[in-house]
Design a protein around this ligand. Structure first.
Ligand SMILES: *[C@@H]1O[C@H](CO)[C@@H](O)[C@H](O)[C@H]1NC(C)=O
Ligand SMILES: *[C@@H]1O[C@H](CO)[C@@H](O)[C@H](O)[C@H]1NC(C)=O
Ligand SMILES: *[C@@H]1O[C@H](CO)[C@@H](O)[C@H](O)[C@H]1NC(C)=O
Length: 176
């Protein structure tokens, strides 16, 4: 009996080790999931808007996500997901638009799409605060980080931090 018990435990442990570790894009309805990842009161949002799925900034204290769309800043309170993870799956790395090619792309987190282009997730410190927004690849019509000025106008930059996987082979993206 004890041997069978040990066997079952061993199989369970092996399965857990071999299983890819999940991270989640969870629905945000005004309450921040306990495993949402962020810093300085800002979290990583994904917003379905017009023809795109756009990475942006979630500000839980305002219950509002902000994205760059159509040439400027847009706030949203609906159709928001927030990136959640407990395994230290991601890290930010300083980079430039021209670095986004070849094998460097492998470890980038794809945060959405717009105008037939994949979007990566960038952050930038601008006008005294961090913002998280979309990053277009170098060959798209729009290049690099696209965020906003506080006054609502489009702000672009070719120098930014980008969200990367520590080890992509090890993890799996789930929606719930
Ligand atoms: C959010 O954006 C709308 C326009 O889409 C604007 O009317 C409203 O004032 C904004 N709200 C906040 C809190 O920024
Ligand atoms: C917003 O601020 C930026 C930087 O000062 C400026 O370039 C832009 O013209 C401003 N936009 C509006 C609509 O005032
Ligand atoms: C990434 O994860 C895979 C699967 O768990 C593992 O085999 C590999 O050694 C890891 N790579 C690194 C660089 O840690």
């Amino acid at each position: 009996m004890r041997n069978i018990f040990h066997y079952i435990i061993s199989v369970l442990i092996l399965t857990l080790v071999a299983e890819p570790r999940p991270y989640y894009w969870r629905d945000y309805y005004g309450a921040l999931p306990s495993d949402a990842i962020g810093f300085d009161g800002i979290y990583i949002a994904q917003v379905l808007y017009k023809d795109g799925l756009l990475p942006g900034s979630l500000y839980p204290y305002k219950k509002q996500a902000v994205i760059e769309c159509c040439g400027g800043k847009w706030n949203r309170t609906e159709q928001i997901k927030v990136l959640c993870d407990t395994d230290n799956t991601f890290f930010w790395e300083e980079t430039t638009t021209n670095d986004l090619q070849g094998s460097y792309l492998t470890d980038l987190v794809v945060g959405g799409y717009e105008e037939k282009s994949e979007l990566y997730i960038g952050k930038i410190f601008h006008e005294g605060e961090w913002q998280i927004s979309k990053v277009f690849p170098p060959l798209s019509k729009w290049r690099g980080f696209r965020g906003w000025w506080i006054n609502g106008s489009l702000y672009g930059s070719e120098v930014f931090h980008i969200l990367k996987y520590r080890n992509k082979t090890n993890c799996i993206q789930l929606y719930n």
